[in-house]
Design a protein around this ligand. Structure first.
Ligand code: ATP
Length: 503
């Protein structure tokens, strides 16, 4: 809900995760900077993905292609002609929105209503409550569900030009209002290309019009044959990449969910034509498993299979995550056929074919793609981890329960007091552990306050050095989530932390 989302945004700022870009100049809309903790969390998510996709698969390799690409790339990919968003203006407020997002947000609101009904009924019926049955029989819930289904049917992924009037109609029928002003006075829906243009070259005559890449995928397609040959790759094989992408998004206060400069983590898997259905299922399952491995709750994920498909796809599904503002796309799994490679063959005049020794024949491979936004994943992890807890003594604490493998700082080393040689021992522990983990030293304030600070920062372990340490070389290790404290020998620390943060 909205309050939780506001809390997420202010916590991200207060604890050095995400800042508005160019804040001293009042910021730049939909552009953000990752701060000292945010940069670590983002890097850890990227590494976690890279390890799972590249290191753990002997038939997937990673590349790092340039952001600038030859402009013909974007003609071939279809982005020049078809990478548009449907925009709608409110005539009274003069605010501009993405028409499909307005409808999506409306769906999220209905979903919230359903959830409220479920909660109410669960309370009323107690132990006798059966959620499945309630969802299938309650009239009001069924009415809501029907509305959502109609919308989903009419509003697929690829809003082609002929659908625009239909979208406007839908907005009018549903009586969707401007979220800021409540006005329902809308213009027609128009298409708007999302690519940022720039120029390459010094003189006006020789300068070449370029685009900042709106997706990383094309850097993989144009390198397909180079990688296949130099890596001696055999189909099926994948090429993975992480990197910046740029889209001139029309946004309404969505924090890092929808940015103008963002990072993608994509993998294109090259397969034999005709095997796409099998690989599509394989990658859907594999990617969902990756998400579940972080332990953020299976209920927070769901697939949304597309009925309407983009021009390049023969099947597509999103992994949606339950963000504070409802279920939204986190990752896309797309069966792209040979659309991209064929298009690049046509536009470049170069063959992009694979010779299959088993079949003794050449073909243009089909492609199965997994594409996830790193920033969106960051928001999923961060928002899901942030919670307020009421403790047994009635006090409250804010804790950021980040999966340990992703936490920016793995352990904080705290001397109980700033004297009697305790700081020296604590600093020595930092020196020893920092080779393996990102750790921090903190001696300011009472130890209880330091624990709370580390809880809110997402640090899984606090290690406290006290007077007993001087006697027997033991310290207290405190677990963030359970607040359980144990006495352990200093020599055991590395193994304890390693066991928790290793995947
Ligand atoms: P949406 O419908 O939300 O605009 P999309 O369908 O255009 O997303 P894709 O082109 O499939 O997204 O991109 C793959 C992934 O990249 C998305 O699942 C999302 O996680 C991420 N992504 C796309 N656009 C943005 C953006 N503007 N800011 C942050 N992440 C983005």
């Amino acid at each position: 809900n909205e309050d939780q989302f506001k809390k997420v945004i202010s916590h991200a700022k207060e604890y050095g995760y995400v800042f508005q870009s160019s804040e001293i100049y009042d910021g730049l809309s939909a552009v953000y900077d990752y701060a000292q903790n945010g940069a670590e969390l983002k890097k850890n998510i990227r590494d976690y993905w890279w390890k799972a996709m590249v290191q753990m698969h002997d038939n997937i390799v990673g590349i790092d292609a340039a952001i600038f690409m030859h402009p013909t790339t974007w003609k071939a990919s279809g982005h020049v002609d078809a990478f548009n968003d449907p925009l709608i203006d409110n005539k009274d407020s003069k605010k501009r929105y993405r028409a499909d997002v307005l409808v999506e947000d409306y769906c999220a609101k209905i979903e919230n209503k359903i959830e409220k009904e479920v909660k109410k009924a669960a309370k009323r019926f107690g132990d006798a409550f059966n959620k499945e049955e309630f969802l299938n029989t309650n009239g009001r819930v069924l009415g809501y569900q029907e509305k959502i289904n109609t919308i989903l049917k009419r509003l697929g992924k690829s809003l082609e030009a002929e659908d625009l009037a239909d979208v406007k109609l839908l907005i009018e029928e549903l009586e969707i209002a401007d979220p800021l002003t409540g006005s329902k006075n809308w213009t027609d829906v128009k298409q708007f290309n999302l690519m940022f243009g720039t120029k390459l070259g010094a003189s006006a005559e020789s300068a070449m019009d370029l685009y900042l890449r709106p997706e990383t995928a094309q850097g993989i397609f144009v390198n397909f044959l180079n990688v296949q040959k130099t890596g001696r790759m055999k189909i099926p094989f994948g090429i993975a990449q992480t990197g910046k992408a740029f889209r001139n998004e029309i946004v309404a206060r969505q924090f890092i969910f929808r940015m103008r400069e963002f990072e993608q983590m994509e993998m294109q898997f090259f397969i034999k034509p005709g095997t796409q259905a099998k690989w599509y299922e394989h990658w859907k399952e594999t990617r969902l498993k990756w998400h579940l491995s972080l332990g953020m709750g299976a209920d927070n994920y769901r697939f949304h299979d597309h009925e309407k498909l983009a021009h390049y796809a023969d099947a597509a599904s999103d992994i949606e995550f339950k963000f504070p503002f409802g279920f939204k796309e986190l990752e896309g799994i797309h069966s792209r056929t040979d659309f991209d490679l064929k298009a690049h063959e046509e536009f470049s005049g170069k063959k992009l074919q694979y010779f299959d020794y088993e079949d003794n024949a050449s073909y243009t491979p089909y492609v199965l793609e997994t594409s996830i936004g790193l920033d969106r994943m960051f928001l999923a992890v961060f928002s899901n981890s942030l919670c307020d807890e009421t403790l047994e003594d009635g006090s409250t604490r804010t804790v950021l329960k980040l999966p340990s493998v992703l936490a920016p700082v793995k352990a904080a080393i705290l001397p109980l007091v700033k004297k009697d040689g305790l700081p020296d021992i604590a600093k020595q522990i930092v020196e020893d552990l920092k080779w393996d983990f990102n750790v921090t030293y903190d001696e300011k304030d009472a130890v209880g306050r330091r624990y709370r600070r580390q809880d809110a920062n997402g640090t899984p372990f606090c290690i406290t050095v006290d007077h007993d340490t001087l006697e027997n070389n033991t310290v207290t290790i405190r677990y963030r989530d359970t607040m359980e404290q144990k006495r352990v020998n200093i020599d055991e620390l590395r193994d304890i932390i390693k066991k928790d943060v290793d995947v």
